[in-house]
Ligand binder design. Structure first.
Ligand code: FES
Length: 157
Protein backbone atom coordinates (compact mmCIF):
# COMPACT_ATOMS: atom_id res chain seq x y z
CA UNK A 1 0.00 0.00 0.00
CA UNK A 2 1.38 3.38 -1.01
CA UNK A 3 2.31 5.74 1.76
CA UNK A 4 -0.04 8.74 1.88
CA UNK A 5 2.92 11.12 1.91
CA UNK A 6 4.32 9.60 -1.28
CA UNK A 7 1.07 10.55 -3.03
CA UNK A 8 1.75 14.19 -2.39
CA UNK A 9 3.21 15.58 -5.57
CA UNK A 10 6.34 17.64 -5.65
CA UNK A 11 5.34 20.80 -7.54
CA UNK A 12 8.90 21.75 -8.49
CA UNK A 13 9.63 18.44 -10.24
CA UNK A 14 6.34 18.63 -12.15
CA UNK A 15 6.62 22.16 -13.44
CA UNK A 16 8.78 21.19 -16.45
CA UNK A 17 6.05 19.35 -18.36
CA UNK A 18 3.11 20.74 -16.49
CA UNK A 19 0.20 22.12 -18.51
CA UNK A 20 -2.58 24.06 -16.77
CA UNK A 21 -6.00 22.44 -16.65
CA UNK A 22 -8.67 25.07 -17.07
CA UNK A 23 -12.40 24.59 -16.72
CA UNK A 24 -14.52 27.09 -18.64
CA UNK A 25 -18.15 27.48 -17.60
CA UNK A 26 -19.80 29.07 -20.64
CA UNK A 27 -23.33 30.35 -20.94
CA UNK A 28 -25.24 28.52 -23.62
CA UNK A 29 -26.46 31.53 -25.55
CA UNK A 30 -23.36 33.69 -25.96
CA UNK A 31 -20.00 32.39 -24.80
CA UNK A 32 -20.62 28.78 -25.81
CA UNK A 33 -21.69 29.99 -29.25
CA UNK A 34 -18.57 32.21 -29.32
CA UNK A 35 -16.45 29.13 -28.56
CA UNK A 36 -18.25 27.30 -31.33
CA UNK A 37 -17.55 30.14 -33.73
CA UNK A 38 -13.86 30.08 -32.79
CA UNK A 39 -13.83 26.34 -33.53
CA UNK A 40 -15.68 26.65 -36.83
CA UNK A 41 -13.38 29.54 -37.81
CA UNK A 42 -10.35 27.37 -36.95
CA UNK A 43 -8.99 30.04 -34.64
CA UNK A 44 -5.96 28.97 -32.66
CA UNK A 45 -6.02 28.97 -28.89
CA UNK A 46 -4.38 26.83 -26.20
CA UNK A 47 -5.90 23.33 -25.82
CA UNK A 48 -5.88 23.53 -22.02
CA UNK A 49 -9.56 24.31 -21.64
CA UNK A 50 -12.42 21.94 -20.95
CA UNK A 51 -15.81 23.49 -21.51
CA UNK A 52 -18.89 23.01 -19.36
CA UNK A 53 -22.02 24.52 -20.84
CA UNK A 54 -24.40 26.20 -18.42
CA UNK A 55 -27.76 27.76 -19.35
CA UNK A 56 -26.75 31.26 -18.20
CA UNK A 57 -23.87 32.74 -16.22
CA UNK A 58 -26.48 33.51 -13.56
CA UNK A 59 -26.84 29.73 -13.07
CA UNK A 60 -23.23 29.58 -11.98
CA UNK A 61 -23.01 28.33 -8.44
CA UNK A 62 -19.76 29.14 -6.61
CA UNK A 63 -19.76 25.50 -5.48
CA UNK A 64 -19.04 24.50 -9.10
CA UNK A 65 -15.80 26.46 -8.92
CA UNK A 66 -14.79 24.87 -5.63
CA UNK A 67 -15.66 21.39 -6.97
CA UNK A 68 -13.55 22.00 -10.09
CA UNK A 69 -10.58 23.16 -8.01
CA UNK A 70 -10.94 20.17 -5.68
CA UNK A 71 -11.00 17.86 -8.69
CA UNK A 72 -7.69 19.16 -9.99
CA UNK A 73 -8.43 22.24 -12.11
CA UNK A 74 -5.68 24.85 -12.05
CA UNK A 75 -7.84 27.67 -13.37
CA UNK A 76 -11.46 28.60 -13.93
CA UNK A 77 -13.16 30.79 -16.49
CA UNK A 78 -16.78 31.86 -16.18
CA UNK A 79 -18.10 33.57 -19.27
CA UNK A 80 -21.50 34.88 -20.23
CA UNK A 81 -23.36 37.36 -22.42
CA UNK A 82 -22.40 41.03 -22.33
CA UNK A 83 -24.33 43.19 -19.85
CA UNK A 84 -27.74 43.91 -21.31
CA UNK A 85 -27.64 40.86 -23.64
CA UNK A 86 -28.51 38.07 -21.20
CA UNK A 87 -31.31 35.89 -22.58
CA UNK A 88 -32.78 35.77 -19.09
CA UNK A 89 -32.47 39.56 -18.80
CA UNK A 90 -30.45 39.90 -15.63
CA UNK A 91 -28.66 36.57 -15.09
CA UNK A 92 -25.27 38.04 -15.90
CA UNK A 93 -25.79 40.92 -13.46
CA UNK A 94 -26.47 38.38 -10.71
CA UNK A 95 -23.41 36.42 -11.82
CA UNK A 96 -21.24 39.52 -11.67
CA UNK A 97 -22.39 40.33 -8.15
CA UNK A 98 -22.03 36.73 -6.96
CA UNK A 99 -18.59 36.56 -8.46
CA UNK A 100 -17.42 39.77 -6.78
CA UNK A 101 -18.46 38.38 -3.38
CA UNK A 102 -17.03 34.96 -4.11
CA UNK A 103 -13.70 36.49 -5.06
CA UNK A 104 -13.22 37.77 -1.51
CA UNK A 105 -13.94 34.29 -0.14
CA UNK A 106 -11.36 32.80 -2.50
CA UNK A 107 -8.92 35.45 -1.41
CA UNK A 108 -9.57 34.49 2.22
CA UNK A 109 -8.96 30.83 1.33
CA UNK A 110 -5.64 31.68 -0.27
CA UNK A 111 -6.70 30.98 -3.85
CA UNK A 112 -4.67 33.25 -6.09
CA UNK A 113 -6.52 35.98 -7.95
CA UNK A 114 -5.24 34.90 -11.37
CA UNK A 115 -6.79 31.42 -11.14
CA UNK A 116 -10.37 32.55 -11.47
CA UNK A 117 -11.51 34.66 -14.40
CA UNK A 118 -14.77 36.18 -15.47
CA UNK A 119 -15.46 37.56 -18.93
CA UNK A 120 -18.16 38.55 -21.38
CA UNK A 121 -18.06 36.92 -24.81
CA UNK A 122 -20.92 37.18 -27.30
CA UNK A 123 -21.93 34.60 -29.91
CA UNK A 124 -20.31 36.75 -32.62
CA UNK A 125 -16.95 37.04 -30.83
CA UNK A 126 -15.05 33.90 -31.78
CA UNK A 127 -11.83 35.85 -31.99
CA UNK A 128 -12.39 37.37 -28.57
CA UNK A 129 -13.06 33.90 -27.16
CA UNK A 130 -9.69 32.71 -28.49
CA UNK A 131 -8.00 35.77 -26.96
CA UNK A 132 -9.67 35.25 -23.58
CA UNK A 133 -8.60 31.59 -23.51
CA UNK A 134 -5.01 32.56 -24.35
CA UNK A 135 -4.97 35.22 -21.63
CA UNK A 136 -6.47 32.93 -19.00
CA UNK A 137 -4.08 30.11 -19.88
CA UNK A 138 -1.06 32.40 -19.63
CA UNK A 139 -2.26 33.87 -16.33
CA UNK A 140 -2.75 30.40 -14.81
CA UNK A 141 0.55 29.14 -16.24
CA UNK A 142 2.33 32.07 -14.59
CA UNK A 143 0.91 31.10 -11.17
CA UNK A 144 1.69 27.39 -11.49
CA UNK A 145 -0.21 24.25 -10.44
CA UNK A 146 -3.05 24.57 -7.99
CA UNK A 147 -2.54 22.63 -4.79
CA UNK A 148 -4.69 24.51 -2.34
CA UNK A 149 -7.90 22.47 -2.68
CA UNK A 150 -6.80 19.60 -4.91
CA UNK A 151 -7.93 16.38 -3.20
CA UNK A 152 -5.39 14.19 -4.98
CA UNK A 153 -2.48 16.39 -3.96
CA UNK A 154 -3.73 16.60 -0.40
CA UNK A 155 -3.78 12.79 -0.26
CA UNK A 156 -7.56 12.49 0.06
CA UNK A 157 -9.78 10.60 -2.33
S1 FES B 1 -27.95 33.81 -21.06
FE1 FES B 1 -25.86 34.30 -21.29
S2 FES B 1 -25.41 35.23 -19.41
FE2 FES B 1 -27.51 34.84 -19.23
Amino acid sequence: MADKKSEIRNPKSEIGNWQPKIIAFLCNWCSYAGADLAGVGRMQYPPNVRVIRIPCSGRMNPKFILAALRSGADGILVSGCHPGDCHYLSGNYFARRKFALFRSLLDYMGIEDGRIHFSWVSAAEGERFAEVISEVTEAVRAIGPSHRLNRKVMGRR
